[in-house]
Design a protein around this ligand. Structure first.
Ligand code: ASP
Length: 307
């Protein structure tokens, strides 16, 4: 049994779920829910970063590595736990991906409570960015702005991101991946990053392992980072080589490079590693049943060389 996470929060909840007999899916959901409710993380769930109009739009995905079934939601406003809505999509629908109004309607049908996601402190950060750094005179007038795309491009570049990845293997050896985020702060309304996109932001397959990403989602979408790690492992590469290949794929994107991507991986034997497509080795956190608190592990990087 192992819990692997991109950040330090929620691992105890995920491990407790496994120790109480829960599945990898239960543990991924428990870990992500803890982060979604944790105000210390301002890139996920409640207190997450808003879009350019000040609306917090959440994205999430979950994948069951045993069945390869999955659920994804994007641009969900007013619900604190997109990971749980994604799980309901996976378990209750024939579809795998719902966005916007349809996802919110489904959340309501599933009995999820409506919540205001924009906290006062994040509202202040949103206003400061717009008014003091971008020079917007009247944020309320942005709603009708004819060139919102320009404002959003200025405001997002190279602004705030944050996402949680969970990769879990349970006592049966089943693997599950989960991702939850408020996406890129000050993004254009309706923008989806990699986090809700299966194969880009996350992927799990019991036979080989799982992977998930944080960072510049536009890049991870373009090369399908998470699934490529799993496929590289399928083709016989060890976890480190598989992650390095995925980082090299990211580094072969020479235009519209908007930042680095962290790729977190777990193989079917419980080995785990994170890599970054830039200059600084990232860290991730993990917990096994014998541990009383999560431990941090430093990963690898593949620096970008301009081609
Ligand atoms: N990958 C996320 C996105 O592009 C952001 C992040 O990980 O910080 O929405």
């Amino acid at each position: 049994m192992i819990v692997v996470c991109s950040g330090p929060y929620g691992l105890e909840e995920a491990m407790k779920t496994l120790k109480n007999g829960g599945s990898a899916i239960d543990a991924v959901e428990a870990g992500c829910r803890a982060v979604e409710s944790d105000l210390r993380d301002t890139g996920v769930g409640l207190g997450g970063a808003p879009n350019i109009l000040g609306v917090v739009e959440l994205d999430a995905q979950i994948m069951d590595g045993k069945t390869l079934n999955a659920g994804m939601v994007g641009c969900v406003s007013g619900y604190e736990h997109p990971i749980s809505i994604a799980r309901c999509v996976m378990e209750k629908l024939l579809h795998v991906f719902l966005v916007g109004k349809g996802a919110e309607r489904f959340a309501s049908e599933m009995g999820f409570e409506k919540t205001e996601l924009l906290t006062d402190s994040m509202r202040e950060i949103w206003l400061k960015r717009l008014c003091e750094e971008i020079g917007v005179a009247d944020p309320a007038a942005l709603e009708a702005h004819p060139e919102l795309w320009r404002m959003s491009k200025w405001a997002t570049d190279p602004y705030k991101m944050g996402t949680v990845n969970y990769l879990v293997q349970d006592a049966n050896g089943d693997i599950c991946s989960g991702v939850s985020t408020s996406g890129w702060g000050w993004k254009y309304p309706g923008r989806l990053g990699d986090s809700p996109v299966l194969g880009a932001g996350g992927y799990a397959d019991n036979r080989y392992g799982a992977a998930a990403c944080t960072g510049a989602g536009e890049m991870a979408i373009r090369v399908g980072s998470a699934r490529s790690v799993v496929v590289y492992m399928k083709m016989g590469l060890g976890i480190e080589q598989a992650v390095r290949e995925a980082l090299r794929d990211l580094n072969d994107l020479h235009d519209q490079r908007i930042g680095g991507v962290n790729v977190l991986a777990l193989d079917k034997d419980g080995n785990h590693l994170v890599g970054n497509s830039g200059d600084s080795p990232p860290s991730h956190w993990y917990m096994t049943p014998d541990m009383t608190e999560p431990a941090q592990k430093v990963g690898i990087c593949e620096p970008y060389k301009k081609g």
